[in-house]
Design a protein around this ligand. Sequence first.
Ligand SMILES: Cc1cc2nc3c(=O)[nH]c(=O)nc-3n(C[C@H](O)[C@H](O)[C@H](O)COP(=O)(O)OP(=O)(O)OC[C@H]3O[C@@H](n4cnc5c(N)ncnc54)[C@H](O)[C@@H]3O)c2cc1C
Length: 374
Amino acid sequence: MRDNIWVLVEAWRGEISEITYQLLALGRELADGLGSPLEAVLLGRRTVHRLATLGAADRVLYVDDPRVEQPVAAARAHALAALIRERQPRALLVPLTNVSWDEVGLLPACLEAPMVNSCRDVRIAGGDLQAECLLYGGKMVATVAVPEPSILGVLPGIRPAKPGRADQSPEIESLPLPIPEGLERNNCSTEAVEAPRSQGLRPSRTGVRRRERNTASVDASAAEWDSYSATGPKPAVRFQGYLEPEAGDVDLTQQDVLVAIGRGVGMEDDVELAEELAEALGGAVCGSRPVIDQGWLPLARQVGKSGVIVRPRAYLAFGISGAPEHVEGMMDSELIIAVNTDPEAPIFGVAHYGIVEDAAEMLEALTEAARVPA
Ligand SMILES: Cc1cc2nc3c(=O)[nH]c(=O)nc-3n(C[C@H](O)[C@H](O)[C@H](O)COP(=O)(O)OP(=O)(O)OC[C@H]3O[C@@H](n4cnc5c(N)ncnc54)[C@H](O)[C@@H]3O)c2cc1C
């Protein structure tokens, strides 16, 4: 095993995702602390014009191949597993997003390697890696001694992206698509074979074994790989196309100020009040799940466990109770101000400032105050 720290670069339609830079910031911190090299791993195609932004890493391992361009987990996880076996990093940081989620799940199974999931922080303790992981939808936090080598599933917002986005060009190592020999016998196959212990990340002692009973497998045979070049049979999962999100919507993770509304706002008309305040503060409106379920805001505006994880400079929560699934998505905001009629509402446990008031009244009052010229 080498002591390299790896970050899996997430690219979406040819553009490198923001979370990549967050992970690079974390990776740089860990690599520096351990005295190890930091390497960014990019599987994809035509992303070469963005490689210069990955300069926080010492080196970029770049597999420029159409077969791993799209977010098809089987294709990407097998390629990544082969690369890990060959290079044997100490730890791989993988983004936990809708884009990478499937391959994050498949990769440890391919390698029979341990995975530490839902990391909201990773640090060095006594020369070893230690992770803080959210359990039970954020109700519990577990501090985990990270086995080495290991795969770490990292939650968005773990570090600010800025330090991870460096201008200097990293060293780039171009690699062919890694297809291990005898791929049909690897550990993602339904065939019961022993994992080759000498190949990279060690087989897990934590009980992650082959899915011998699950015949609806993600088995990647050599023929399946060939099929990615359109000459063989159809693979189990194929990329068909992208569905475009509603036009004109905002990226919540890029906002400095978020005005969040929950069920406590009571009426759809109050969404307009929230929009007025957001406009006055130069921010955007988002919401808790009930608001999205009622169709008052589009899905892209949902903050929380099954929505977006945000870390704005200011998060203003109106009529939101503070359920763990919501808090998971906003608790790392720099400043949290909560308005709720219930003084016992859990949101006050994470808020820096709390106001026991009616949401609509406060929305109006704050908008008025924000519009007064300084
Ligand atoms: C698997 C799973 C995933 C989930 N994912 C998410 C997620 O991503 N995001 C998310 O938000 N939720 C998520 N949820 C739902 C979550 O558990 C809560 O149900 C939800 O967050 C509650 O939303 P809320 O705070 O707006 O509503 P409520 O819990 O109903 O709270 C409303 C609050 O408004 C206050 N209030 C009432 N009237 C007023 C008033 N006039 N002025 C001011 N305050 C008032 C009340 O005191 C109360 O605290 C998820 C749940 C599950 C099981």
